[in-house]
Design a binder for this molecule. Sequence first.
Ligand SMILES: NC(=O)c1ccc[n+]([C@@H]2O[C@H](COP(=O)([O-])OP(=O)(O)OC[C@H]3O[C@@H](n4cnc5c(N)ncnc54)[C@H](O)[C@@H]3O)[C@@H](O)[C@H]2O)c1
Length: 332
Amino acid sequence: MKILVTGAAGYIGSHFVKKALDRYPTVKICAVDDLREGHNQAVPDSERVTFHNLAMDNEAALDPVLAREKPVAVVHFAANAYVGESQEKPFKYFDNNVTGSLILFKLLAKYGVNKVIFSSSCTTYGNPQYVPIDENHPQNPINVYGTTKLMIEKALHGLHLASGWSYVSLRYFNAAGADDEGAIGESHDPETHLIPLVLQAALGRREAISIYGNDYDTEDGTCIRDYVHVYDLAEAHCLALDKLLSLKEGESTFDAINLGTSKGASVEEVIKTCEKVSGRSIKRKVTERRAGDPAKLVADYTRAKEILGWEPKYDLERIIETAWAWESSRQY
Ligand SMILES: NC(=O)c1ccc[n+]([C@@H]2O[C@H](COP(=O)([O-])OP(=O)(O)OC[C@H]3O[C@@H](n4cnc5c(N)ncnc54)[C@H](O)[C@@H]3O)[C@@H](O)[C@H]2O)c1
């Protein structure tokens, strides 16, 4: 059996591929990524992985790949994922995240691939009306990136209604951490995620870590986010995939599921934990609040537990330990 993985050379996609190879000893992976953001070295070197350096919307090139490899499902990570950039270059995001996904789906339909695990995001909720956020929270994204994720959730639902597609939209909160063996990890350029930025400051690669506002209505005044380990995310994808692959002929299903830990950590708490793990002191620079940053974003993951039997296993300290091991000796 073969699974198509788009964005397989990216941060979360590569961890999923590594996890899936362990978890499913006979499954093969058809990995697609044009390396616009990802890294060749992140894709595990295995005879069960065929890597295709091409864009998901390159119909002419992808068509023969699907015809030959006959995947039974897709785990769809490929996207542009910078919130700030999406506000500056909205069409880059609509073109890639929306049009690109729709072109891919059209090709999947041609080959009867109608089972999709989709990388959605807590940004689809917009400003929280309550926390922890459950899946019934209204989806009112406040930026283009979140809008593109919501558009694909809706497109998948349309395909479910019209053509019996089965999908699970996994709404991640803040992905963090790295491979326990230190072989792969997070490497974005520019990096915008807090934990790698703090650890880079610990290593002297950055002078200080910026804290965007310390007057929020939280215990220490800094923003609270929900950090979930990349292998906990990978495990949830496997559980969702199991669910779709166990469907009988003619059955279809859909779901949207939050992936977070329900335990928020403030920026200050993250920095303190990074200081503890690295044994180094980290310089802070407090600046203005950023527009659109809510004080607290935390997931209610009850549904993931009920539907998938999923529980996050990594706490903040363990997340930071794996990120530190990676950041201090990263290969790419
Ligand atoms: N990192 C997070 O905290 C987070 C949170 C919520 C949702 N997500 C979503 O999870 C997914 C993976 O995120 P990530 O952090 O691993 O990002 P990433 O940038 O590391 O990985 C995305 C990968 O997709 C590839 N890609 C992009 N467009 C492509 C295209 N048209 N054709 C082929 N390959 C293409 C890139 O080269 C990259 O390797 C994205 O869809 C993102 O929106 C991430």
